[in-house]
Design a protein around this ligand. Sequence first.
Ligand SMILES: O=P(O)(O)OC[C@@H](O)[C@@H](O)c1c[nH]c2ccccc12
Length: 263
Amino acid sequence: MNILDTIIAEKRLEVKERKALHTIAQLEQTDGFRRDTFSLAKFLLDGTRTGIIAEFKRRSPSKGVINATADVLEVTRAYAENGASALSVLTDEKFFGGSTADLVAARVNDIPILRKDFIIDEYQLVEARSMGADVILLIAACLSPGEVRSLAQTAYSLGLEVLLELHDEAELEHVCEFTPIVGINNRNLKTFTVDIERSLVMASKLPEDTIKVAESGIDKVENVQLFRDNGFRGFLIGEHFMKTADPARAFREFVADLKNFKK
Ligand SMILES: O=P(O)(O)OC[C@@H](O)[C@@H](O)c1c[nH]c2ccccc12
């Protein structure tokens, strides 16, 4: 069994447990459902921002502990105030050390928040809305094209947007009319190998009007510029900031370098 299979097996149990704790009707009564969501598509296409989807990630199966002390409020505020187009907050506890509480804390920021988790069930979409998320991730590597379509359609009906994550050509059939925003993960979730070229190779194979996001392994402003030159509007970056003692500062420095690089 590869790591992705392990995570999904665990996620099925977790979802079952969580369903027993709160009914959908209860979740629909929460504050999250009463707010208007922010549009990721709109924020990514807004030329005044960087396009960076800045991630808060404490640990990962590939790297172990990335940052044991970072404060979610402090870091996400710095991301939002310094040009991030959106936030990505891990909510998986077991493998990434995230939580619902992290996403709820990040909600003070007025930019879109992606609930970063392994979504396999409609219940998690209702949870995401209830937490205050604006966008959910659907990972092609662990869903059939039919599941993506159905989950994405439900997400939009709840007022959420979808980031569909692909890794290779075989997953292109997962793209559908409910997935206008597509991310290319440079990291293979089954083997953890990172190949920044993945995004570039896949870009030309996506439908013309897709809003393209490059994901993972981005640690240089040169990478962002290269992706921009190839039509990407979003750049999902976590470790490069989170692995430092001061992720807020690392983010500010990256954004400053990016501005200078453009000149
Ligand atoms: O930390 P990085 O290499 O900058 O990558 C961020 C993000 O792309 C990565 O965390 C990610 C992409 N897809 C995922 C799916 C599940 C968990 C995590 C991820």
